[in-house]
Design a protein. Structure first.
Length: 151
């Protein structure tokens, strides 16, 4: 009899622990850490850096998509004006293909080649090399749409 009471208590404790972890997981939610870049009929995924700049951009994207007219600069990036400012977390960076960078607090750049400057990292486009990015971004001006949706 004592064994069954103890077993019942242990079972109850495990149920309570399971319930606690379930409720904790649902209440905290999963933090969003990526967004989509729609450009020339392709959808690129940008994994965000852990800083206040990328968090502020994600907050903006919760309200609406952001469209940017981008143009080539220096034969290593596409750059365009966001139309608003984000907090800067500048550091000396040597970019690599796929880096998504905030410049001067209000310009977004997608790098397809290397450059070194004092910049704020927003994130990284994965699984695209320099040639693939250059092909997707094109040789002239391009309109990019930043979104939390892949559609």
């Amino acid at each position: 009899m004592i064994f069954f009471k103890a077993l019942k208590n242990v079972k109850g404790i495990f149920l309570l622990i399971g319930l606690f972890f379930s409720l904790t997981a649902f209440s905290t939610g999963q933090e969003m850490n990526s967004f989509y870049i729609h450009v020339n009929g392709k959808v690129l995924v940008c994994e965000c850096a852990d800083n206040s700049s990328s968090k502020a951009l994600l907050e903006k994207l919760k309200l609406s998509d952001v469209e940017i007219d981008m143009s080539d600069y220096g034969n290593f990036e596409k750059v365009g004006d966001l139309g608003f400012s984000l907090p800067q977390n500048n550091e000396d960076i040597t970019t690599a293909p796929g880096d998504v960078i905030l410049y001067l607090g209000s310009k977004l750049s997608i790098y397809y080649a290397q450059n070194s400057w004092n910049l704020t990292r927003i994130g990284k486009i994965r699984n695209q090399n320099s040639q693939e990015l250059k092909s997707i971004l094109g040789n002239s001006g391009v309109k990019a749409r930043l979104s939390l949706s892949d559609r």
